[in-house]
Design a protein around this ligand. Structure first.
Ligand code: NCD
Length: 320
């Protein structure tokens, strides 16, 4: 069972944006903003001194792994880094998932897990009885810390998270960052989400119904001409190649919608922000990067570290 945050993060597993509420998000953002000032000072902090967090990554990751690692170290904590345990550790000898979680739980104060299977983080949370588990991406399920930094980035710009219009482009079916972000936005009123993707990459029916029932107005579009000109943010994503069983199917749907200067001048507005969870693989042209509205290689990335610093401090009970 997943605990709701309700303003108190201490000891809680962070598996889904379902656990959050506006008050808890606000608390996290306030702390993330303090972390950004702290990180800018050369001195750093010892808030997590004496703690060890295991980063258990069953799936490739560079930025999420690096962001967690940097966040922990900036606060004086330490990490045990386990990358690809299915290849390099006892898992390759046939050790069960349960045993692996129990072992690393006993070494650490928190576990951060990324896994190719949807539901694996929840399973790990159920197994680990003594330390909090943080989901760093479970297959096509969720990616809560990415959504937290995305929400913080939108909040930093607009100072509110209700009454927003967002355009989501790319892979709605397999993209976990889209699902976590929509789940986060569903805690606010007046959200309209335009979902731009080929039919084959639209949200699964179950997810669609779930988000619609949560109060978000969902508008599925398949043509760039249907992009609204009054959006607050564009959230571009990569087509998730690794989730396809056939390369030919991937080739058919990849990069149908490319964010270019032309698209931006046709449908953008001056207050719009451009976001992408990264990595990008061609779906945003590089000459868009210089545009002031492009946050994906700027504050969106930095905010990931600040939000993770704040989250770890709260979950490890170092800040109330
Ligand atoms: C995302 C992921 O892993 O889901 N990347 C990330 O964590 N920054 C997005 C992606 O891989 O497309």
């Amino acid at each position: 069972m997943l605990a709701h945050i309700n303003g108190n993060f201490k000891g809680k597993d962070i598996v889904s944006l379902r656990q959050f509420d506006p008050h808890s998000l606000q608390k996290l953002f306030t702390l993330a903003s303090e972390m950004s000032s702290l990180a800018k000072k050369a001195k750093g902090s010892n808030l997590l001194h004496g703690t060890i967090t295991t980063l258990l990554f069953y799936e490739p990751s560079s930025r999420t792994f690096g962001s967690f690692s940097a966040a922990i170290k900036r606060l004086g904590g330490q990490t045990v880094d386990i990358i690809n345990p299915q290849v390099f550790s006892s898992v390759s000898k046939g050790e069960s998932f349960e045993d692996t979680i129990r072992v690393f739980e006993s070494y650490s104060n928190a576990l951060v897990i990324r896994h190719p299977e949807k539901g694996a983080a929840l399973k790990a949370a159920d197994i680990a009885a003594f330390v909090p588990v943080i989901n760093a991406g479970d297959g096509i399920g969720e990616h809560p810390t990415q959504a937290l930094l995305d929400l913080y980035t939108i909040y930093e710009k607009f100072h509110h998270l209700d009454n927003l219009i967002g355009v989501f482009a790319g892979d709605m079916l397999n993209g976990r960052t889209v699902k976590s972000l929509l789940r986060g936005l569903s805690h606010y009123k007046g959200i309209t989400a335009y979902l731009l993707s080929p039919k084959a990459l639209q949200l699964a029916k179950e997810d669609y119904n779930d988000f619609a029932a949560s109060g978000i107005t969902l508008i599925q579009i398949e043509k760039e001409e249907d992009i609204p000109k009054n959006a607050h943010f564009w959230y571009w994503t990569r087509v998730q190649k690794e989730r396809f069983s056939s390369l030919a199917d991937y080739e058919k749907v990849k990069n149908k919608f490319i964010l270019s200067k032309r698209l931006l001048s046709a449908y953008g507005n001056k207050d719009l922000i451009l976001m992408h969870p990264l990595p990008r693989v061609g779906e945003i042209e590089t000459d868009v990067d210089e545009d002031k509205r492009a946050l994906y290689l700027r504050s969106q990335v930095r905010n990931g570290m600040y939000v993770r610093m704040a989250l770890l401090a709260l979950v490890l009970g170092k800040i109330k």
